[in-house]
Design a protein around this ligand. Structure first.
Ligand code: GTP
Ligand code: MG
Length: 461
C-alpha cells in the first residue's frame, strides 16, 4: 500500500454481515469530517455525543434514521477523525450509507480488514500486542480466552514487556558506557555494578513472563488432541463423553469408525480440538485401510495423542501383539511422537482395577469414572497451569520472541561470568535481546530508546 493510500479516508460496515437490529458504518479520516457530517445529517454534531436524526441521500431524502457519533482527532479509536453511524441493520441500508460516506469524502476508499486497528497502532493508540488482542478478543472461543484477551488489550502483556525492556536498557546503558571509556578497569567496573547479578535477576523475571505467555498462547491457539488406539477400545465412546454429545457411532464391532471426526471442547476454559480416529490395525477392508491412514496422519499432527487401551483385553495375546506393533510404529517417528503420548486405560467399570499398570490413568467412558482425572492430566500434559493472577492472551509469536530474548540474555550472562568478560560481545547480546523484546509491542525501537537515554545523560563525546 502506498503512503497516499495509507493516509486516505476509509469507511466500512463495522457490524457482522447479515441482518441485525442495528448496523454500524464507521469512517476514519486524517482530515476533519465536518463537511461530511453537515451533508449527511444536516446538523453539526457535538463531539462524542449521540445525535439522533436522518442520514440523507444526495437528493436530500433520508436513507435511514439513526444515531451519529463524532470523535474528532485525536480522541478516537484510530487517533484520526472518526464518525460512527448506527442505522438499522439491513445489508442494503448499510451499503447505501457506506456508499454515501465514500461519495462525500474526497479520496475515500473502503477499509481493508483490520485497517482501523492498524491506524490505531500507527497513531500510537495501541501497541502491537494490544492490536493483536483486539482480534483475539473477537475470536475468543471460551470465556477464559475472552477475559484474557481483554486483559492483554488493556496492556497486561505490554506492561510486563515494557518493564523488562526498561531493566534491559539500564544494563545496556551501563555496559555500553563502560565500552566507551576503555581506560577504565572494565572488569572491576562490571563487578562493582554486579552486572552479573542484575542479568541473572532479569533473566529470572523474563522466565516468569515467558511461562505466563505460554499459558496465554495455549488459551489462544487451543490444542489438538487425538484419540488413538486399537479398534473397540472406546475412542468414540470417550469422544462422546468429553463432548457431552452423541457425536460418534459406538458399537461393539471393531472398525466402527473410519473417518476422523473432530469436536471443539473446553477443559477449565482451555479450548481443545479433540479428534476420534479409526482404530489402528492391519486390515484388508479398503475403507477401513484409508481410515487407518488418516489416523496416522492425525497422530502426526497432534499436540497430544491420547493412546487408549482396553483394560478387559490386556491379557489377550492378539491384543498384545497389535499393541506392540502400534508402539513400535509410534517409536519409529523419531521419538517425536512418544513425547506427546498420554496412555489411558478404558473400561475400568468392567475390569479389576489392579489390571492397569501402576500409576496409569484408568477410566470408564461409559460410567464417567476417572474422567475428571483424565481431563486434568490432559491439561498438565499440554503445559497448562492455572495462573492465579490475571492471565493475558498471547500468541506463538510472543512466546518465540521472549524465548529468543532469554537465549540472548543467557549468552550475555555466560560472557559476563568469564574471568575477562568480552564486553563488546556482552553488549551485542544485550542489543539482540532488546530487539527481540521490542518486536512484541512493536513500539520500543531499541536503539532509538538507547539513543534517547544516552542523549539525556550526556555520556560519551
Ligand atoms: N464396559 C465398558 N464398555 C465400553 C466402555 N467404553 C466403550 N465401551 C464399549 O466398547 C465398544 C467399542 O466402543 P467404541 O467407542 O465404538 O470403540 P472405538 O475405539 O471407537 O472403536 P473403533 O471405532 O472400532 O476403532 C462398544 O461396545 C462400547 O459400548 C467403557 O467404559 N466400559
Ligand atoms: Mg470408534
Amino acid at each position: 500500500m502506498s503512503l497516499a493510500q495509507r493516509s486516505s479516508p476509509i469507511a466500512a460496515i463495522a457490524t457482522a454481515p447479515g441482518r441485525g437490529a442495528v448496523g454500524i458504518v464507521r469512517v476514519s479520516s486524517p482530515q476533519p469530517l465536518e463537511a461530511l457530517i453537515e451533508s449527511l445529517t444536516g446538523a453539526a454534531l457535538k463531539p462524542r455525543h449521540a445525535h439522533y436524526g436522518p442520514f440523507l441521500a444526495a437528493d436530500g431524502s433520508p436513507i435511514d434514521h439513526g444515531l451519529a457519533l463524532h470523535f474528532p482527532a485525536p480522541h478516537s479509536y484510530t487517533g484520526e477523525h472518526v464518525l460512527e453511524l448506527q442505522a438499522h441493520g439491513g445489508p442494503v441500508v448499510l451499503q447505501l450509507l457506506l456508499a454515501r460516506c465514500l461519495d462525500l469524502l474526497p479520496g475515500a476508499r473502503p477499509a481493508e480488514p483490520g485497517e482501523f486497528t492498524q491506524r490505531a497502532f500507527l497513531n500510537g493508540k495501541l501497541d502491537l500486542a494490544q492490536a493483536e488482542a483486539v482480534a483475539d478478543l473477537i475470536d475468543a472461543s471460551t470465556e477464559s480466552a475472552a477475559r484474557s484477551a481483554a486483559r492483554a488489550l488493556d496492556g497486561a502483556l505490554s506492561r510486563e514487556v515494557t518493564q523488562l525492556g526498561d531493566a534491559l536498557v539500564q544494563l545496556r546503558l551501563f555496559v555500553e558506557a563502560t565500552l566507551d571509556f576503555p581506560e577504565e578497569e572494565d572488569v572491576e567496573f562490571v563487578q562493582q555494578a554486579d552486572v552479573q547479578g542484575q542479568l541473572a535477576a532479569l533473566l529470572q523475571r523474563l522466565e516468569q513472563v515467558l511461562q505466563r505467555t505460554r499459558q496465554g498462547a495455549l488459551l489462544r491457539e487451543g490444542l489438538k488432541v487425538v484419540l488413538a488406539g486399537q479398534p473397540n477400545v472406546g475412542k468414540s465412546a470417550l469422544l462422546n463423553a468429553l463432548a457431552g454429545a452423541e457425536l460418534a457411532i459406538v458399537t461393539p464391532i471393531a472398525g466402527t469408525t473410519r473417518d476422523t471426526l473432530g469436536s471443539h471442547i473446553q477443559i477449565d476454559g482451555v479450548p481443545l480440538h479433540i479428534s476420534d480416529t479409526a482404530g489402528l490395525r492391519d486390515t484388508e477392508d479398503l475403507v477401513e485401510k484409508i481410515g487407518v491412514q488418516r489416523s496416522w496422519a492425525a497422530i502426526a499432527e497432534a499436540d497430544v495423542v491420547l493412546f487408549l487401551h482396553d483394560l478387559t483385553r490386556l491379557d489377550d495375546p492378539d491384543y498384545q501383539r497389535e499393541d506392540a506393533a502400534i508402539r513400535a510404529r509410534l517409536a519409529a517417528h523419531d521419538g517425536q511422537l512418544e513425547r506427546h503420548l498420554l496412555h489411558a486405560y478404558n473400561k475400568a467399570d468392567a475390569a479389576a482395577p489392579e489390571l492397569a499398570p501402576a500409576g496409569a490413568l484408568a477410566f470408564s467412558a461409559q460410567t464417567g469414572a476417572g474422567l475428571q482425572a483424565l481431563r486434568q492430566t490432559l491439561l498438565q500434559r499440554v503445559g497448562w497451569q492455572a495462573v492465579p493472577e490475571g492471565l493475558f492472551i498471547a500468541r506463538e509469536r510472543h512466546v518465540r520472541a521472549l524465548a529468543a530474548t532469554a537465549a540472548h540474555l543467557r549468552e550475555a550472562l555466560a560472557q559476563v561470568s568469564l574471568p575477562a568478560p568480552p564486553l563488546d560481545l556482552v553488549a551485542e547480546e544485550l542489543r539482540l535481546a532488546h530487539e527481540q523484546l521490542g518486536s512484541i509491542t512493536g513500539r520500543m525501537s531499541a536503539d532509538e530508546l538507547l539513543g534517547e537515554i544516552f542523549g539525556r545523560f550526556c555520556i560519551g563525546k
